[in-house]
Design a protein around this ligand. Structure first.
Ligand SMILES: C[S@@+](CC[C@H](N)C(=O)[O-])C[C@H]1O[C@@H](n2cnc3c(N)ncnc32)[C@H](O)[C@@H]1O
Length: 224
């Protein structure tokens, strides 16, 4: 998988997410061996840099399709990373990372473990409400007090997607209404589940309204 990072055709998805790396630095300053997760790994651009920063300290849990994770997991082991845990799902229509997150949360509850596991969560999956609203709810439960969560593609919608917009891909209208095509789903999720929840506070990561591409939140207690 990681060999794809140097293929010029993948230039748009080969850059690590700078906000995820900066937030991990902030977490590492507090806890040198944190538990973190990335939901949606792409071709591993951010994953490999998160692993380098962790340097085998703590744990990193990855969620994506099983074919992607098997490939990436092999590469990460080959680079000497031993703290990577793969939580894969199939490509069946109604399977996705929510089921893996559900299984994880349920297992922790049933074993009597504290459900709060993660110091840092990077949610960067399908960016569609039916995937990411349940994911956000589950991840809120799995985030430790004081933990940080980054949601990518805050301003993305099917309408602005170069490949999925209705002009390029008219069949999108068979799956989504006009409102669902026009609405940025991650922004809606942030508005519904984070912005009005007193247990969460937005973390400034440098964007100015209305040009926000990502949002980060801290779960109480807050740093300041
Ligand atoms: C934008 S990419 C992630 C990019 C990556 N976080 C990075 O920084 O390079 C989105 C990822 O979400 C995954 N994804 C989308 N829908 C999914 C689903 N239903 N189940 C599992 N993974 C899914 C895709 O396979 C893809 O790897």
């Amino acid at each position: 998988m990681l060999e794809r990072l140097t293929d010029p055709r993948n230039a748009a998805i080969a850059k690590p997410n700078a906000h995820a790396l900066a937030l991990l630095d902030r977490v590492l300053a507090r806890d040198p061996a944190p538990v973190i997760c990335e939901v949606g790994v792409g071709i591993g651009a951010t994953t490999v840099e998160l692993c380098r920063k962790l340097d085998n300290r703590g744990r990193i849990l990855l969620f994506d399709f099983e074919d992607r994770l098997t490939d990436l997991g092999t590469d990460l082991v080959g680079l000497g990373f031993t703290n990577v845990e793969l939580h894969a799902n199939t490509r069946r229509r109604y399977d996705n990372y929510n089921w893996s997150l559900t299984t994880l949360l349920q297992a922790r509850r049933q074993s009597g473990d504290d459900p709060a596991l993660f110091d840092f969560v990077f949610l960067d999956g399908g960016h569609a409400f039916h995937h990411d609203a349940p994911a956000a709810m589950l991840l809120k439960e799995l985030l430790k007090p004081g933990g940080l969560m980054l949601l990518d593609d805050y301003d993305w919608s099917f309408a602005v997607s170069p490949t999925m917009n209705p002009q390029k891909n008219p069949d999108i209208r068979l799956d989504y209404t006009e409102a669902q095509i026009e609405t940025p789903h991650v922004r809606l999720i942030c508005d519904l589940f984070f912005d009005h929840d007193p247990a969460y506070r937005k973390v400034e990561i440098g964007y100015r309204v209305p040009f926000e591409h990502r949002r980060a939140y801290q779960k109480a207690p807050f740093d300041d």
